[in-house]
Design a binder for this molecule. Structure first.
Ligand SMILES: Cc1cc2nc3c(=O)[nH]c(=O)nc-3n(C[C@H](O)[C@H](O)[C@H](O)COP(=O)(O)O)c2cc1C
Length: 165
């Protein structure tokens, strides 16, 4: 891609999350930042995942996942879960994350997350070099009022205070 276009897209600041999917008890996680809300009623999100990721066939097959929003102090977790699985034995253990049973999906939720979005895939499309997964939110757990970790200009950042206060 032309350098200028990529530089412009790097200005799209967004939250960082952990995308989790599981099959037969094998729970896989990757760091994601290409996700957003796309519908209010019903509540839906879209997340963009690389077809080369180890998680993609599981998300496609099981049609359910958990998206866990990371608080700003979990920069290291984002880096560990953002590495290729071949280089990290067990991402959850290495990043010291603990899990709990989810309410509406078989994929575990993450205790340390700001919030866990339990999702069911409703559509999946290949869009360029990523797969976009459109999903309905089935359940959310407790919402922590910690600030979210942000990915901006190819870097992990914190969010500043509201300008209206
Ligand atoms: C801050 C950050 C954001 C990322 N966002 C995405 C994303 O939105 N979609 C994606 O497919 N990969 C994203 N990645 C890369 C994946 O996390 C990485 O390819 C994956 O963890 C590799 O694991 P795997 O070998 O199990 O597929 C991101 C990585 C980092 C560090």
């Amino acid at each position: 891609m032309e350098v200028k276009v990529q530089e412009a897209l790097d200005k799209l600041a967004g939250p960082v999350g952990i995308l989790g999917a599981s099959k037969d008890g094998d729970h896989k996680v990757i760091t994601v930042s290409w996700f957003t809300q796309v519908s209010r009623f019903p509540p839906m999100i879209v997340v963009s995942v690389s077809p080369n990721s180890s998680i993609t066939p599981i998300v496609s097959g099981q049609r359910e996942f958990v998206l866990s929003l990371l608080p700003q102090e979990m920069e290291e977790v984002a880096r560990i879960c953002g590495h290729t699985s071949e280089n990290v034995d067990n991402k959850l253990e290495t990043s010291k994350l603990s899990t709990k049973e989810s309410k509406h999906v078989k994929v575990p939720s993450i205790n340390e997350a700001i919030v866990n979005l339990e999702c069911q895939t409703v559509q999946q499309h290949l869009a360029g070099d990523h797969s976009i997964i459109v999903a309905k939110i089935l359940h959310v757990d407790k919402i922590d009022d910690k600030k979210p970790l942000i990915f901006y200009d190819r870097d992990l950042c914190t969010v500043d205070n509201s300008l209206s206060k």
